[in-house]
Design a protein around this ligand. Structure first.
Ligand code: PLP
Length: 401
């Protein structure tokens, strides 16, 4: 039996069968179980910020797991405190931190903070955006704007109101005396790397100020350098009340964080929230290594510089299938003229390049932050050839029809 057949025999069918069985990685490259190598422009969906097997990450995790792997929340440990200090320092706002294991869990914490903040005034409603993605747990799912993911699991916690992403006027109309919080991504990640009109986050800030609601910014995908800033909100000069992180923070080790700014960081009383594994020493050591490497190796600048190079190479793709390219930093999408993303993803993979069909009409690229221009130059012809192959097949299908 192949590993794929074994997978199908034993795993729940919630993912479909992934087309790739990976064995190991090094830098921006991964190898499958048959020894084929790929340039990894997916990065475990915007997670492997330092690439694969980065020596700093390996050393930090190895050292910590050999010293103390777990304490639960019944004991304090140095990596956890240091990581919280570091995140508050990077956010450059007075804040307090809760550590979770994932993005969804970080958002659960944010939603519970919103409940507490609104309790005295009877504010329980959350306003979110259509096409947003905030996670698969019941709370995070309830505010996820993708109806296909949400509806099979109704009834979900509420009340939740959805407005069109980027529509500040609609957001203003939706926020009222019952609103506890607005939750928003700085750019839709799972929605296809779609940025809102300029000024939308700032508008959300002032709408929350006027309406007495918390502004929760979900930086699970955008945070920790993905756009060339530590946090996307910083580049926009917007102060969130709550910010959630995960994905790239641990560089592959599971960790999420919820930061409450000012009064939002003071809402929990002992016993209000918790996690057995959240902020465990090994994940915190990994996150510290990620943050130190981003700072020491100038990776924010690298993201900007190599991201611009990537944008230029994507803009130069000469294919009838490409409708537009978009994104910032090392977080890009190629918008397609039709639902060809899965076919292009597969064709690119056959050529040794991993990209992600985030939507039927969009390919997402979220490579490690250590990506070089040379790796972009290696990947670009593979993507061009994949587009060419699918365009030819599409034209043939059209001729057959
Ligand atoms: N929030 C955003 C913006 C995300 O992109 C994701 C995952 O894609 C999540 C939350 C959920 O994160 P996790 O899968 O770690 O629970």
């Amino acid at each position: 039996m192949t590993i794929s057949q074994r997978w199908q025999a034993v795993m729940m069918p919630n993912y479909g069968t992934p087309p790739l069985a990976l064995d190991h990685g090094q830098g921006v490259r991964v190898w499958d179980v048959d020894g084929n190598s790929y340039l990894d422009f997916v990065g475990g969906i915007a997670v492997s910020s330092l690439g694969h097997a980065h020596p700093a990450l390996v050393a930090a995790v190895t050292e910590q797991v050999g010293r103390l792997a777990h304490t639960s929340n019944l004991a304090i440990h140095e990596p956890g405190v240091r990581l919280a200090e570091k995140l508050v320092e990077l956010l450059d706002l007075p804040a307090r931190v809760f550590f979770a294991n994932s993005g969804a869990e970080a958002n659960e914490c944010a939603l519970k903070l919103a409940r507490l903040a609104g309790r005295a005034q009877g504010r329980a409603e959350i306003v979110s955006c259509h096409d947003s993605f905030h996670g698969r747990t019941f709370g995070a799912l309830s505010v996820t704007g993708n109806a296909a993911k949400r509806e099979p699991f109704a009834p979900l916690p509420g009340p939740v109101t959805f407005v069109d992403y980027g529509d500040a006027a609609a957001l203003r109309r939706a926020v009222g005396p019952r609103t506890a919080a607005v939750i928003v991504e700085p750019t839709l990640g799972e929605g296809g790397v779609i940025a809102p009109p300029a000024g939308f986050l700032a508008a959300a800030r002032s709408i929350c100020d006027d309406g007495g609601a918390l502004l929760i910014v979900d930086e699970v995908q955008s945070g920790i350098g993905r756009t060339g800033s530590w946090f996307a909100t910083q580049a926009e000069g917007v102060r969130p009340d709550v910010i959630t992180l995960a994905k790239g923070l641990g560089g592959g080790l599971p960790i999420g964080a919820c930061l409450g700014v000012g009064a939002a960081g003071e809402l929990f009383a002992p016993g209000d929230h918790g996690s057995t594994f959240g902020g465990n020493p090994v994940s915190c050591a990994a996150a510290l290594a990620v943050l130190a490497t981003i700072a020491d190796d100038g990776l924010l600048d690298n993201v900007k510089r190599v991201g611009e190079h990537l944008a230029r190479r994507l803009d130069a793709l000469d294919s009838p299938l490409v409708a537009e390219t978009r994104g910032s930093g090392l977080w890009r999408a190629v918008g397609l003229t039709g639902p060809h993303a899965s076919a292009v993803e597969a064709a690119a993979r056959r050529r040794g390049l991993l990209v992600n069909a985030v939507k039927p009409t969009a390919l997402r690229l979220a490579p490690p932050l250590v990506l070089t221009e040379a790796e972009v130059d290696e990947a670009a012809p593979m993507l061009a050839a994949a587009l060419h192959e699918v365009a030819a097949a599409t034209a043939e299908d059209g001729a057959d029809a």
